[in-house]
Design a protein around this ligand. Structure first.
Ligand code: AHR
Length: 502
């Protein structure tokens, strides 16, 4: 059996893993909000109309931060429509997803959900149809402490205490021609900068995220980031990037190597940001917010005709409800390894999305809620991969892919949390055919015990979970030994292992 060795240099950590690494996107899209997290008529709904069964799964998923209200939705959203007495909230045409927006869920309901879920809110601003003035008004509504109309409006709506939202996204995917209010890099950079300046006049401590590229394939990638950062370097803390891996447009070997794709994209964004920083002789390092990432059969979605029926504006329609396979879960496991490997620069990341829409959690309207396959790697990593990330240097066999050529069959990352004296090894065997005997030298970290070891090693890579069979794909216990600082195990082909160290 081929062997792979992992070396970890405990004296050379990659960086601290920000707690925002385990974020999600909650968008007014399809059934993510309506009949997803919010369904007042559901038997499990609480007094706020929030589904308790979904809330429990969100807690189990280990979500740390939620980006809201979009996504593309935000670029034609009037936040004022979604606050105040329900009877006065208007129904609107929602252009991004060709739906009716009832506005029965809005900013205050989202903040309540965040509080109950133990999740930090991350707000996205509409820089598609709106600008500086509305951004400042929303900021005042959400965080305001003074005696102003917007802060008072929040109080009058029953929310005395400011929400103190720290992280704000300056628009969404403004590089995309599909975006309402899509802009050139120059126009966006100017608007983002003046919005950032206005917001910083309210609160210098806000953390602001400028839109980067909505995909690596965008023809403007690179130039977009450079233009935005050359203008906004001093006001902007993060540049965003969005990455969706499409299993319908690639074969299994490529899919399992999705982490290579994300590595390259992240490295490209870092190189571009640092080139701007170097030219300015700046000490500041721009952070990266991968604020949308996932596996998504996007080519199948794009092949459908959307929104051309002017008479049909459904409310909370079933949209983009991808059913995830076991292979998709392995790809998500690989993407998590890539994100953690970049923990020094990726300081926020949001799985897109949370419920029903390309989501780890599925619901029936009025019925059950269950975990999709991709729930498992995310929940496991969020639970055990905290603290500091360490590079796992692999020496082992290569495996062939069409997209990336020969890549390491084994991909891995190691984490260690000094405060709790716990850590993790996350490892993916990308080979579809070969098992791997793995040895990891973890001696320097101080790990002396394996607290748990669970593996996703599906016999059927096409298997998926349903409401009737919610655990068809789930991790199982796996034998791992740790002696004299050396961890040994065998990884079956196409498997993702999560070892919890103590
Ligand atoms: O997550 C689905 C959509 O993907 C988001 O609304 C948009 O930002 C991206 O294109």
């Amino acid at each position: 059996m081929p062997t792979a060795r992992i070396a970890v240099d405990a004296d050379r950590p990659i960086g601290a893993i920000d707690r925002r690494m385990y974020g999600v996107l909650v968008e007014h899209l399809g059934r993510c909000v309506y009949t997803g997290i919010f369904e007042p008529d559901h038997p499990a709904a609480d007094e706020h109309g929030l589904r308790r069964d979904v809330m429990e799964l969100v807690r189990e998923l280990g979500v740390t931060v939620a980006r809201y209200p979009g996504g593309n939705f935000v670029s034609n959203y009037r936040w004022e429509d979604g606050v105040g007495p329900l009877a006065r909230r208007p129904r609107r045409l929602e252009l991004a997803w060709h739906s009716t927006e009832p506005n029965t869920f809005g900013t205050d309901e989202f903040m309540t959900w965040c509080r109950l879920a133990g999740v930090e809110p991350m707000m996205a601003l509409n820089l598609g149809t709106r600008g500086e003035e509305d951004a400042v008004n929303l900021l005042d509504y959400v965080n305001g402490r003074a005696d102003t109309d917007y802060a008072n409006l929040r109080r009058a709506n029953g929310h005395d205490e400011p929400y103190d939202v720290r992280m704000w996204c300056l628009g969404n995917e403004m590089d995309g021609p599909w975006q309402v209010g899509h802009k050139s890099a120059e126009d966006y950079a100017r608007l983002a900068l003046s919005t950032a300046r206005a917001m910083h006049m309210v609160d210098r401590g806000l953390e602001l995220v400028a839109c980067g590229s909505s995909a690596w394939e965008m023809p403007t990638f690179g130039d977009w980031e450079r233009t935005v950062l050359e203008l906004g370097y001093d006001e902007i803390d993060y540049i965003s990037m969005h990455r969706y891996i499409d299993p319908a447009a690639q074969d299994r070997a490529d899919l399992l190597a999705a982490g290579v794709d994300l590595d390259r994209f992240i490295d490209g964004v870092i190189a571009t940001a640092d080139a701007v920083g170097a030219k300015r002789r700046s000490d500041k390092k721009i952070k990266i917010s991968v604020d949308e990432w996932n596996v998504w059969r996007i080519s199948e979605w794009n092949a459908i005709e959307h929104g051309f029926d002017p008479g049909d504006w459904p409310l909370a329609p079933e949209k983009i409800e991808d059913v995830y396979t076991a292979a998709d879960a392995l790809a998500v496991g690989g993407l998590l390894i890539s994100l953690l490997r970049h923990a020094d620069r990726v300081k926020a990341a949001c799985l897109a999305q949370l419920v029903n829409v390309i989501a780890p959690i599925m619901t029936e309207k009025g019925g059950r809620a269950w975990r999709q396959t991709i729930f498992h790697p995310f929940a496991t990593a969020s639970r055990i991969a905290r603290g500091t990330a360490y590079d796992a240097v692999v020496a082992g066999p290569l495996t062939a892919t069409g997209r990336y050529g020969e890549v390491e069959a084994l991909d891995a990352v190691v984490t260690w949390d000094e405060q709790t004296a716990t850590g993790s090894l996350l490892a993916l065997n990308r080979s579809l055919t070969e098992s791997l005997d793995v040895t990891a030298a973890l001696g320097g970290l101080g790990a002396s015990r394996v607290a748990s070891a669970r593996i996703l090693a599906p016999e059927d890579l096409d298997a998926f979970n349903t409401a009737d069979e919610p655990d068809a794909v789930a991790p199982v216990a796996h034998p791992v030994e740790l002696a004299d600082g050396a961890l040994t195990t065998t990884l079956p082909p196409a498997s993702w292992l999560a070892v919890e160290l103590a």
